[in-house]
Design a protein around this ligand. Structure first.
Ligand code: ADP
Ligand code: MG
Length: 495
């Protein structure tokens, strides 16, 4: 059960959410033409005659896009449909030169699957995926280029999209956010979509309805093309509130398509909801149905890397990480790869088992490195300290060359300069002093210089032990091995 409470409404109202995510397929060419798909090209620089819908041009299916959709389905544990069909979805848009979109309707390429949401405090929840179908993207109308005219950029026309449709299983803005976060993580792991919402390569249509707990599903409104996870959460909040207000005032919800305005914090009606029959769907006569054999599906399955959920449980079971750290590390593929290299290198350098160094490596990575990256506004891909360099630092702590305290200072210099830990320790003379003779001499000097404190200590003021430890550390600029200091100091103070 969700504990989400619609703002300003009584607790017996529940919000119901289903998401339709458009994810741009990673592929060099478009779904039915050889034109390039790279982001940021000059307008209309990536348009073939097929994408511009010149008369007589014929679409040719791009096998790579199909393979990517199948890989996505497999990563979501979904049914792969061995038989699927492309349909024409007819409508008029200035930026849709064909006058129809080639999509899939009755026979999508992928059927039912699941996404496991990672919620607060280690909780999780399964959300159903109803289907994934392949379709073409439209072009883009540009209204802000000229005072009288609208321009059209067809670079996106014909680019392959996967429409990933969820079941109406989510019950709060947080769950919708967790769904998008997890879906994006999976797509990035398997390399089928880059998940960059700000560049438009992942967009969500957000379906929202409200009901009294236990009632049948209410009438939904669909909020189109929301382009950030934060806006999805906000849109759900304001839309749920709007619907509750209408119903409580005795009104009913009209099923319609709405737009979210993040500046005003409201949704606005765009058009009343169209039904499937409005589009006059029919199988595209220019394209054969897709038919897969088992070998094609199995090859796609074999091409999948270890998925985030599998990786997370391996990090917990084999390496002893807790749920939280494992979750943080697998959320981004680059972070999990950094961690694995780090652990392997520390284990190699210290001749220890991976499981014996993994927790320390995870603490350093999620604490020190992520903290520094965060502060510097950098991603893990831009880290000035590589996994091998981090491993050298951790190995220096493991073999007692430097203390954990000194390591913090060394790391700061590494992060600023990109230099290696060993070189910094050498250059600045930061090696930990573990030599008993040397430390003993320093202890003797300090005891001799502080007769008052010694007297008070011996008279029962135990707390002064800390004072003496501090003096030794100060005299050695923090380099004395704390273990050795403690072992030598106490017997001398006790006399
Ligand atoms: P359409 O293709 O017309 O948009 P679908 O039946 O395919 O309609 O549903 C689209 C999305 O709406 C799905 O993600 C589904 O989970 C969601 N949805 C369906 N009914 C509801 C509802 N009552 N409240 C919220 N979301 C819903
Ligand atoms: Mg829809």
């Amino acid at each position: 059960m969700s504990s989400y409470r619609i703002q300003g409404a009584t607790a017996d109202w529940e919000v119901v959410i289903g998401l339709e995510v458009h994810a741009q397929v990673i592929s060099n060419a478009k779904l039915f033409s050889g034109a390039a798909t790279e982001f940021g090209a000059e307008p209309n620089a990536q348009v073939s005659l097929v994408d511009a819908a010149m008369p007589g041009m014929l679409p040719t299916i791009n096998g790579e896009c199909v393979r990517q959709a199948v890989r996505t389905g497999l990563a979501l544990g979904a049914q792969i449909n061995k038989f699927s069909v492309f349909d024409r979805k007819n409508y008029f848009y200035a930026d849709l030169p064909q006058g129809y979109q080639i999509s899939q309707f009755k026979h999508p390429v992928v059927g039912e699957g699941t996404i496991v949401l990672d919620l607060d405090e280690g909780a999780s929840k399964e959300v159903g995926v109803e289907r994934i179908h392949l379709e073409q993207d439209a072009g883009k109308s540009m209204h802000d280029q000229h005072p009288q005219f609208t321009y059209v950029d067809l670079n996106r026309s014909g680019v392959a999209l996967m429409e990933i449709v969820s079941m109406p299983d989510m019950r709060s803005p947080e769950e919708a956010g967790a769904y998008l976060t997890k879906l994006r993580t999976i797509l990035r792991y398997i390399g089928t979509c880059d998940g960059n919402m700000e560049q438009g390569s992942m967009r969500a249509d957000v379906n929202v309805s409200v009901r009294k707990v236990g009632d049948p599903l209410g009438t939904r409104c669909e909020i189109k093309n929301v382009n950030s996870i934060r806006f999805v959460r906000q849109a759900i909040e304001v839309e749920a509130r709007r619907q509750v207000d209408i119903i409580e005032a005795g009104g009913t919800i009209d099923q319609e398509t709405r737009l979210f305005d993040p500046n005003k914090g409201e949704t606005r009606s765009m058009r009343s909801k169209e039904e499937a029959h409005d589009y006059r769907y029919f199988p595209d006569p220019d394209l054969l149905p897709l038919e897969f054999d088992d070998a094609f599906i199995e090859a796609a399955r074999d091409s999948l890397p270890e998925l985030p959920d599998e990786k997370k449980s391996r990090f917990m079971q084999a390496l002893g990480l807790n749920d939280y750290s494992a979750g943080v590390l697998v959320a981004e593929k680059e972070a999990s790869e950094f961690f694995e290299t780090l652990v392997a290198e520390v284990a190699k350098a210290t001749k220890k088992d991976a499981a014996d160094v993994a927790v320390k490596a995870s603490n350093w990575l999620t604490g020190d490195l992520f903290g520094a990256l965060n502060k510097a506004g950098k991603t893990i891909a831009e880290t000035p300290v590589s996994a091998a360099q981090g491993a050298e630092l951790l190995a220096l702590i493991e073999d007692n060359t430097i203390s954990g305290r000194i390591a913090k200072d060394v790391f700061e210099i590494m992060f600023e300069t990109g230099k290696d830990a060993g070189a910094i320790v050498e250059e600045k003379g930061l090696k930990q002093v573990s030599d008993t003779g040397e430390i003993e001499k320093i202890i003797d000097d300090i005891i001799a210089a502080n007769p008052n404190q010694l007297e008070q200590y011996r008279a029962g003021k135990d707390k002064l032990l800390g004072f003496f430890v501090g003096q030794v550390m100060k005299a050695t600029q923090g380099k004395a091995n704390p273990g050795v200091v403690n072992k030598l100091l106490k017997p001398k103070l006790d006399g």
